[in-house]
Design a protein around this ligand. Structure first.
Ligand SMILES: Cc1cc2nc3c(=O)[nH]c(=O)nc-3n(C[C@H](O)[C@H](O)[C@H](O)COP(=O)(O)OP(=O)(O)OC[C@H]3O[C@@H](n4cnc5c(N)ncnc54)[C@H](O)[C@@H]3O)c2cc1C
Length: 298
């Protein structure tokens, strides 16, 4: 409950929002779509600063980078032609799974990241895309690699700052690319028990040149499975390798048991979803998975 709120501000530009946040200090709380904050009321909040009118709903893309404004909603990401064309559309796919239509019309991508839930569906995808977040206060602006943004469950490096934009650098080019987003939840639109975002690039002989594997809901923060990524590099994909990658992922995750699933189930499903994701990537990259000959170009 926010039963000590004295004022609800609706700034109409970023500068005004940043000045307001400075003025209200630790008694203020940022509100975007309010789909998370609605369950997180606290008695110390005296001022709510609604940032949905500051003009940060946008998606821009060119050959160098993609930039997404923090208040872009999940529904906007889901339907954006730019986002659907980016990386096999995995960010659009992840956004499309974030709860009901009503939720997706309100929920923002900035809120999804700033809330710092280990299960946030866009976080795993944005980790796989090497995204950075731009954060600002009235005094300074910073760029933070998403990989360094999280410090624990519902904890980030934000220090009274506003997350303003997400920047996705240009992706590897040349070679054959494959992408996948996999989510396991109790229902189609429920929060993830495990989610996986994967990307890979294969060379002309089917060997993996570049790989990203990111997972959510299986550790204190969304995470990259770096050892598993290393196992992929330089190798053609084959079922034995997928098994080893899955085993590596199971060692890299540290899930908890809660009302939704046990830690053991989440750990097992991490490997299952990673293998599923890599098979989808392989198919997109035109690689055939066939032991013992491996990934042979079609
Ligand atoms: C029914 C339901 C189903 C859901 N299903 C899913 C799901 O499947 N997958 C999933 O990932 N999430 C899900 N969620 C969670 C939620 O919808 C998302 O995390 C959403 O993206 C949060 O964004 P918001 O704009 O609503 O954030 P808010 O609730 O407005 O804010 C969340 C937190 O982030 C802070 N904040 C917001 N924006 C910024 C910013 N730009 N800079 C700094 N701090 C900021 C707020 O102060 C608050 O602490 C679900 C929620 C509900 C209610």
């Amino acid at each position: 409950m926010f039963d000590h709120v004295e004022r609800f501000y609706q700034p109409t530009n970023l500068r005004e929002a940043l000045l307001l946040l400075r003025k209200v200090g630790k008694h203020g709380r940022i509100v975007a779509g309010a789909t998370d904050i609605v369950t997180q009321g606290d008695r110390s909040t005296r001022f709510l600063v609604d940032i949905t009118r500051v003009g940060s709903n946008y998606v821009r893309g060119n050959h160098r980078a993609y930039v997404i404004g923090a208040t872009t909603t999940m529904a906007e990401l889901e339907h954006s032609p730019v986002i659907r064309a980016l990386a096999g559309g995995i960010l659009a796919k992840a956004a499309a799974t974030c709860g009901s239509i009503q939720n997706r019309n309100m929920a923002t991508v900035g809120g999804n990241l700033a809330n710092a839930s280990p299960a946030a569906d866009t976080a795993a995808v944005l980790l796989a895309l090497d995204a950075n977040v731009m954060v600002a206060s009235s005094r300074r602006k910073r760029k933070i690699a998403l990989d360094e943004f999280y410090s624990g469950p519902h904890q980030s490096t934000l220090n009274g700052e506003l997350l303003t934009e997400i920047v996705i650098p240009s992706l590897p080019s040349g070679g054959r690319m494959g992408w996948s987003f996999q989510k396991l939840g109790r229902t189609e639109t429920d929060i993830s028990l495990v989610n996986v975002a994967a990307g890979l690039q294969a060379d002309a002989r089917g060997r993996i040149k570049w790989a990203r594997l990111a997972l959510g809901a299986v550790g204190p923060t969304p995470l990259r499975a770096r050892n598993a990524e290393e196992l992929l590099l330089g190798n053609a994909l084959h079922e034995d390798l997928l098994t080893r990658v899955g085993e590596s992922v199971m060692k890299e995750v540290s899930p908890i048991s809660d009302s939704r699933a046990s830690a053991e189930y989440r750990r097992d499903m991490s490997a299952v979803l990673v293998r599923r994701a890599l098979r989808e990537c392989a198919a997109q990259a035109g690689c055939r998975l066939s032991p013992p000959s491996g990934c042979v170009p079609r």
